[in-house]
Design a protein around this ligand. Structure first.
Ligand code: HEM
Length: 152
């Protein structure tokens, strides 16, 4: 259990912390300083380095989460409401990530390779909105997961 919860937490920190940095720090500065022919390849490069870590984080969170749920706690009936909320929010986050990765991110790579900047902007805007939603869901999930166990 101690190894599982530690890996679970490290994965959540990498995923949610990465989204927070990209959305709150890098995005506004890149939008102010860089024109689309530089900004869009920057994002393709940043996502190309971040998303492999997100795959690892998602795999780790699901594997350790379900291990704790079904092996340590012996099923859904034995856990508090906060774990059910974490589970529902976590699966929503994974769904949003899969949509971003297989949808707008693939399209962004294609439009940047073809240097069609107005098209790329649409895909980046979509990714920005989705990552913004996932970042907020991630922060709520962590708050519920960490604080929820003390609510009785
Ligand atoms: C999607 C499926 C998920 C499942 C099945 C799951 C399951 C669990 C379980 C069973 C625990 C242990 C609860 C306890 O010790 O009382 C836990 C802890 C935790 N989970 Fe999840 N989780 C999931 C997703 C997530 C996500 C997406 C995040 C954050 C973005 C997250 C953040 C946490 C945190 C911060 C803890 C530690 C709570 C603490 O020990 O103080 N979980 N999770």
């Amino acid at each position: 259990m101690s190894i599982a919860v530690t890996l679970h937490l490290l994965a959540a920190v990498i995923w949610v912390g990465g989204m927070f940095f990209a959305h709150q720090m890098l995005r506004p500065v890149a939008a102010t300083l860089l024109e689309p022919p530089l900004r869009q390849p920057l994002w393709v490069g940043v996502f190309g380095r971040f998303f492999p870590w997100v795959w690892v984080a998602v795999g780790t969170i699901l594997a350790t989460g379900y291990y704790m749920l079904f092996v340590v706690f012996n099923g859904m009936a034995n856990v508090g409401l906060y774990v059910h909320i974490m589970h529902a929010l976590g699966l929503t986050m994974v769904g949003i990530y899969l949509y971003v990765f297989f949808g707008p991110y693939q399209k962004l790579k294609r439009s940047v390779a073809a240097q069609i900047w107005p098209e790329g902007k649409g895909h980046i805007d979509r990714i920005r909105d989705m990552v913004g939603i996932n970042m907020i869901l991630g922060l709520i999930t962590i708050a519920v997961a960490a604080g929820g166990r003390y609510l009785h």
